[in-house]
Write a protein of this length. Structure first.
Length: 69
């Protein structure tokens, strides 16, 4: 998944959870600007951050390896 797609998923989940970027930032111990960078596809979150985001957003975190076609 590219960063833009991941960012859209984070933003959609954040809005569904009724959180602002600032509120989500507090939950994952980062800043609002970092959340914005994730959502805009300008920054790649580490696995640790992805795990924190999934917990804060009440989402499942799934990593898949699919064979190239």
């Amino acid at each position: 998944m590219d960063l833009k797609m991941l960012g859209k998923k984070i933003k959609t989940a954040r809005k569904a959870a009724g959180l602002t970027q600032g509120q989500l930032a507090v939950k994952v111990q980062t800043t609002k600007s970092v959340i914005s960078e994730y959502e805009n596809g300008n920054r790649n979150p580490s696995f640790e951050v992805l795990s924190k985001l999934a917990t804060a957003l009440n989402c499942n975190l799934r990593i898949e390896l699919d064979p190239k076609e």
